[in-house]
Design a binder for this molecule. Structure first.
Ligand code: DX5
Ligand code: ZN
Length: 213
């Protein structure tokens, strides 16, 4: 299982140290939650902060857009050369076009599904994607409770992926911990995002990441 700690739960007063610590602690990706206060009822970070994160991160960035006007935000964050940029299907009129744009910038495109969105909604986009991110909470905040129906959704998505694009990865985001991780693995999930579990772990980031792996 690949682990992508969400820096939303980091100490923003010591963000550089926290980013270095998760990278040294064995994470696979650094998950960056970008919220605009419109698509979701929270406001997080923009390019000024992400630029500082990119300078100290020794693992690739995984940028999760929770915004209106995705294309504008893709342009803002592309200069930091993230591994992935993911956008919500619920907020995009031309997802196929945006996927091509992200790829043309040398970034792997990913689509995010909110808890109510079915995997079939993106069936005919799967061939063009590197990853699908399934929300296991409603987007907007860290520290929420895991929504168990994502397990069934991951299994359904896995079947579609096997038909259309077996290389496409499945990532799950929200409420992930050491109790639900094995059912996610069994369902075919490749990457988990974990915010509060990693950053609030009593034995430190490294052992939190290791316990998920
Ligand atoms: C929620 C974010 C998540 C969140 C995960 O909108 O996309 O990445 O930070 O935090 P936890 O793991 O605490 O649910
Ligand atoms: Zn996220």
């Amino acid at each position: 299982m690949l682990v992508a700690p969400s820096i939303l739960s980091a100490d923003f007063g010591n963000l550089a140290d926290d980013v270095k610590a998760i990278c040294n602690g064995g994470c696979d990706l650094v998950h960056v939650d970008v919220m605009d206060g419109h698509f979701v009822p929270n406001l997080t970070i923009g390019p000024v902060v992400v630029s500082s994160v990119a300078k100290v991160a020794t693992k690739p960035l995984d940028i999760h857009l929770m915004v209106e006007n995705n294309s504008f935000f893709v342009d803002l964050f592309a200069p930091f050369k993230p591994e992935y940029i993911s956008f919500h299907i619920e907020e995009e009129k031309h997802p196929h076009r945006l996927i091509q744009k992200i790829r043309s910038l040398g970034i792997k495109p990913a689509i995010v599904l909110n808890p109510h969105t079915t995997p079939e909604a993106i069936e005919f986009l799967l061939a063009d994607l590197d990853m699908v991110l399934l929300m296991s909470v409603n987007p907007g905040f860290g520290g929420q409770k895991f929504i168990p129906s994502v397990i069934e959704k991951a299994k359904r998505l896995k079947r579609l992926i096997q038909i259309h694009n077996p290389k496409c990865l499945i990532e799950v985001d929200g409420g992930v911990n050491n109790k639900n991780i094995s059912s996610l693995k069994e369902a075919g999930v490749d990457i988990v995002v974990a915010g509060s579990y990693v950053f609030n772990h009593s034995s430190g980031y490294k052992s939190a990441i290791l316990s998920l792996k």
